[in-house]
Design a protein around this ligand. Structure first.
Ligand code: AMP
Ligand code: ZN
Length: 475
């Protein structure tokens, strides 16, 4: 039974979509004012794992994600860069989608830009005006939160200290500053604006998402996703806007991804404690290791980012690659080991159960590593059999369909070492392995490790077995 921790109810609940077999889901996408940092990508990798798990559990998906290409931050940065807003945000929208591809984040069914929906937003604001939820001051339009009785139900905010009619113009503000928020901002010098049915101006950030979400997904979504910092005020305001008009529940499940933190602080641009994906790739880490690290901690728990964690993630992937290599290259005796067969047969259910449990990725990873450990032990004891290979490789593939950190399955084919071109020829690799053996014999382990690192950097995976070192090229 699939269940999620729903921020709205504050409980773990069984997931039952509104329409059987279908999931309508919305993710607050990036604000395209700069490169996204890996804290942002923690949330997007979580969404991706959610997507993949739903799809592989048999649901048909309609998943919409927006790109926030007009708000306070994009306007400020484009002005500082001396570029028109659209040109400026286009650059970072493309960079974001490229980064997603590197991290194996699937494309949602629909990606929508806020600036393509300005008239829809103005129209919604007009309807909110007609229903009496708004007021105008200095040509801007504000949402009066006291008009919406459910205000605060998502973030459980205490509204007792709030002054009626106090307003906030910024898109982002803290819980302590909860007050009437801006729906439509009057034109300002040096700011882009649009002519619309509510007058000239530009939308506030919060109206963007509720308008795009309901336009493509209907009045009631199944799941709304974002980082935990969005619960207040962004999502609270989305609910107030959408439900004031429809009178229906805006989203039935709200899933919030906890932050990636560095020394206890949220990774963020404003604190300056951030790495972009490009920073880390530039330091030589692989996108797979970064994805692994981001996925390894269940989304409702904070993830403490360290370089050491990233190195461990790379080592875990290597362990799995080596294991797969063993499976596809070692000459096992005919027959089947019944214990291993039973463990492989139990894997799919254990894996599904872990993910069904509010996407417990740590457990889902653990289930595979346990199987790998058992298989390795059985290999080392000479008890593994040829007849177990296919089932074990299937478990690896099933796992990788979610985690996406191993190269696509080689379907049991041994890499043809002679035909693959690389930076090192086969003879070079053999020579380096000989040098490494010599270094080890001379107990110069530092040199041996260095040679191994050089081989890894050249895309050569080395596995030490009882029969000596084996190698293959990373696909
Ligand atoms: P933004 O581009 O700032 O709108 O953020 C995009 C997404 O990243 C939002 O869902 C944020 O909640 C999320 N986010 C921002 N910082 C972090 C962080 N340190 N850890 C996890 N998610 C984050
Ligand atoms: Zn949003």
């Amino acid at each position: 039974m699939l269940r999620f921790q729903n921020t709205l109810s504050g409980k773990v609940e069984e997931f039952v979509p509104l329409t059987k077999g279908q999931v309508r889901m919305y993710t607050c996408g990036p604000t395209v004012y700069d490169f996204a940092h890996i804290g942002n990508f923690r949330t997007f990798v979580f969404c991706d794992i959610l997507r993949r798990h739903l799809r592989l559990s048999g649901y048909q998906l309609l998943h919409v994600m927006n790109l926030t290409d007009v708000d306070d931050k994009t306007i400020n940065n484009s002005r500082a860069a001396g570029l028109p807003l659209a040109e400026y945000t286009q650059r970072y929208s493309e960079a974001f989608l490229e980064d997603c591809q590197r991290l194996q984040i699937e494309r949602p069914e629909k990606i929508v830009r806020a600036t393509d929906h300005i008239q829809d937003m103005a129209h919604t604001i007009r309807l909110l005006e007609e229903k009496g939820f708004t007021y105008r001051r200095d040509n801007s339009i504000y949402y009066s939160i006291e008009k919406f009785p459910g205000y605060g139900k998502l973030s459980k905010i205490d509204l007792s200290g709030i002054r009626s009619g106090a307003r906030v113009d910024q898109d982002e503000y803290a819980k302590a500053d909860a007050r009437d928020f801006v729906l439509w901002k009057a034109p300002k010098p040096d700011e882009p604006f649009w002519e619309t049915e509510v007058g000239p101006g530009r939308p506030g950030w919060h109206i963007e998402c509720s308008v795009m979400a309901t336009k493509y997904l209907g009045d009631t979504l199944d799941i709304h996703v974002g980082g935990t910092d969005l619960a207040f005020p962004h999502h609270e305001n989305e609910i107030a806007q959408a439900e004031a008009l429809t009178g229906k529940t805006f989203s039935r499940y709200w899933l919030h991804c906890e932050h990636l933190v560095v020394e206890g602080q949220k990774m963020s641009k404003s604190l300056g404690n951030f790495y972009t994906l490009r920073d880390l790739l530039g330091k030589g880490y692989s996108a797979a290791a970064i994805r692994y690290l981001l996925a390894a901690v269940p989304y409702r728990k904070q993830l403490n980012f360290t370089m050491d964690g990233l190195r461990q993630a790379a080592a875990s992937i290597e362990r799995l690659e080596n294991f797969r290599f063993r499976m596809t290259t070692m000459p096992f005796p005919e027959g089947e080991n019944v214990e291993i067969a039973a463990k492989a047969a139990a894997f799919p259910e254990a894996f599904q159960n872990a993910l069904d449990d509010d996407l417990n990725t740590a457990q889902a990873m653990g289930v595979l590593f346990e199987l790998v450990r058992d298989a390795n032990t059985s290999i080392d004891a000479g008890q593994f059999r040829k007849g177990n290979i296919t089932a074990i490789l299937k478990c690896l593939d099933r796992w990788n369909e979610i985690f996406q950190v191993l190269p696509a399955s080689e379907a049991g084919n041994e890499t043809d070492k002679k035909t693959v071109e690389g930076t090192l020829s086969d003879t070079d690799v053999e020579q380096k392995l000989q040098d490494r053996r010599n270094a080890r014999k001379a107990r110069d382990f530092a040199l041996a490790d260095r040679i191994r690192d050089e081989l890894i950097a050249a895309g050569i995976l080395v596995e030490d077995t009882a029969e000596g070192a084996r190698w293959r090229r990373k696909s």
